[in-house]
Design a protein around this ligand. Structure first.
Ligand code: GDD
Ligand code: MN
Length: 367
């Protein structure tokens, strides 16, 4: 272990299949930081390519490298929070492990924080002097002006790159905010800013955004969706939890599918109501399963034929129980003299809460 000053900066690297990128990145970080006391925290979500083992191998050579291997958990934002809480360093930076974020900015960002120039230092792809010339798909990030306005309203802070995944802040501040962070796919930086009681100050550093070195991106095009979901979470999320709102919206769309299939069968086969109803229920359930898997649970999406089939069966079973509860409650209330549509509504509500609770645990939950 090379002699370096006391621990000052933790570099948190959330990883999902970044094995080949780690060693060269640690070298680059080490070269950039020189005598500053640093540690690298690899927060790996049980990557199948052995990223955690690779990190441990590096740690055996250099104790400044540490590993947190998480099993049964997922998410870039929660990995960053894990890192904030697992270091004794007074400052922490979060960056991609794929070499898109240049470690050469670290000392400059740290100096700015130390000098009290801002609460948070943010590397921006879109600040004056930044460049995305080498990025393979810069289009993805061109957030609409609307999204930027929303971000500003929410945080009170002017940011050229509110989705940046490269920033630095005092760990005490991050830990103070941690209990309030939503953890729902919302970009962690925006979440930190929106969770603070006071308006945090920002200093932006133009970033020369590079192409990913090896492996592939884990964040897909629906990132704009994450952004909107995060904003909902911070505003109405306390009233009706984000996931439940999504689940309910998907369910409502399922009603449309149900009606469409039912009317089609009736139109084609005439009097076959029971057949139509069965076909409609199956179609609506499958539609709901796929849409929920794609949107509502995009952070823990089921993949592969086996997992999908198991999930689909589980979801249908869950819905059967929910449907039963729905009918039972509605019938009971109707018998008590409640108007039919209110009784039906109550049944739907109870059924959906039930479906939601069960499926989030048994279809998309691991434990
Ligand atoms: N532990 C963990 N868990 N790490 C993850 C997960 C996860 O579920 N998902 C992604 N990562 C890691 C990746 O391995 C990588 O080191 C980093 O988080 C960022 O993921 P990328 O796959 O490289 O994201 P990107 O380059 O497409 O997205 C860029 O733009 C985003 C804004 O839209 C990055 O700069 C992000 O940091 C940024 O938020
Ligand atoms: Mn990346």
């Amino acid at each position: 272990m090379t002699g370096a000053g006391e621990l000052e900066l933790a570099i948190i690297l959330p990883t999902l299949n970044e094995r080949g990128n780690l060693a060269p990145l640690v070298d680059r970080i080490s070269a950039a930081l020189g005598n500053t006391g640093w540690e690298v925290l690899v927060v790996d979500d049980n990557s199948i390519d052995g990223t955690a083992d690779e990190a441990r191998a590096l740690a055996l050579e250099d104790r400044r490298v540490r590993v947190i291997q998480r099993i049964g958990r997922r998410g870039l934002a929660s990995a960053a929070i894990e890192g904030f809480c697992a270091t004794a360093a007074p400052y922490a930076a979060v960056m991609d492990a794929d070499h898109q974020h240049d470690p050469a900015l670290l000392p400059t960002m740290l100096a700015a924080l130390r000098a009290g120039e801002a609460d948070i230092a943010v590397a921006s792809r879109f600040a004056e002097g930044a460049s995305t010339a080498n990025w393979d798909n810069p289009e993805r990030e061109k957030l609409s002006g609307f999204a930027n306005v929303l971000a500003r309203r929410l945080t009170g802070v002017e940011l050229s790159d509110p989705m940046s995944g490269y920033f630095m802040l005092p760990t005490a501040l991050a830990r103070a905010l941690a209990p309030r962070l939503s953890g729902f796919g919302f970009k962690i930086l925006l979440d930190l800013l929106a969770s603070a009681d006071r308006r945090l100050t920002i200093k932006e550093f133009p970033l020369d955004f590079a192409a990913r070195r090896a492996g592939e991106s884990k964040l897909d095009r629906a990132i704009a969706f994450d952004f909107l979901a995060g904003i909902y979470d911070k505003t109405f999320g306390r009233l009706i939890p984000t996931r439940f709102a999504l689940f309910g919206t998907v369910g409502a769309a399922g009603v449309l599918v149900h009606m469409a299939v039912l009317s089609m069968v009736l139109f084609i086969f005439g009097e076959a109501f029971a057949v139509g109803q069965i076909a409609a229920v199956l179609s609506a359930m499958s539609f709901n399963f796929f849409l929920n898997n794609w949107l509502t649970y995009r952070d823990q999406r089921l993949k592969g034929a086996g997992a999908m089939l198991k999930g689909w069966i589980g979801f249908c079973l869950t819905c059967a129980v929910g449907g039963f509860a729905n009918v039972a409650v509605a019938t009971l209330l109707e018998m008590q003299g409640l108007v039919w549509f209110l009784a039906a509504l109550a049944g739907i509500l109870v059924g959906s809460v039930w479906n939601y609770a069960l499926s989030s645990r048994f279809v998309w939950g691991r434990y």
